[in-house]
Design a protein. Structure first.
Length: 182
């Protein structure tokens, strides 16, 4: 059955819960993917300093990068799997105690993802901090709660990924995307 418009599916959830690993496995399996924009910003010179010194400007940079990725994949005919999306920026702002700029709110309301939103819940057994993932465990859990609430606030249904090896998560993802349906 052909879809009348592209499906934009999203991986969201806790930092360090296996989203990027699943995204990489999905790409190897032939799915079109869009990497996490926040990590790319943080890896650029001055990215970590921007996050620390001006979290609002960092959030706006994330929203702009999400908009570019959304536009890049807008007219693509197959499923696109995004590592995070616009409501993730709102969750970041909420957990940081910052207001949501009108432009970010407008993007959340008008640039809509049409595929499922899949949440990687906090998973203590695999959580590891790194150069860009600076949250401790409690902060990672709080971030997940804020991000999940933001997705729901913008009218999305959020389905949890299983706490399982990447192969099982990929099979779950394929079922949710109806890629194995005849």
């Amino acid at each position: 059955m052909a879809l009348s418009r592209p499906r934009h599916a999203v991986l969201t959830g806790a930092p360090g819960a296996g989203k990027t690993t699943l995204l990489d496995a999905a790409a190897v399996a032939g799915l079109r993917t869009s990497p996490e924009v926040a990590r790319r910003i943080l890896q650029q010179p001055g990215g970590m300093a921007l996050r620390e010194a001006d979290p609002l400007a960092f959030a706006e940079a994330m929203a702009e990068a999400h908009a570019r990725e959304f536009e890049r994949h807008r007219d693509h005919g197959q499923v696109v799997l995004f590592d995070r999306g616009f409501p993730d920026v709102v969750g970041f702002l909420d957990v940081s105690g910052l207001p949501v700029p009108q432009a970010v709110d407008r993007a959340c309301r008008t640039l809509r993802y049409s595929g499922p939103v899949l949440r990687a819940p906090p998973w203590a057994e695999i959580y590891v901090q790194d150069a860009q993932r600076i949250q401790d465990w409690d902060q990672a859990v709080a971030s997940d709660a804020a991000v999940t609430a933001a997705w729901r606030r913008y009218g999305y249904e959020v389905a949890d990924l299983p706490l399982a090896p990447v192969e099982e998560r990929l099979a779950f993802l394929r079922r949710k995307l109806q890629l194995d349906a005849a």
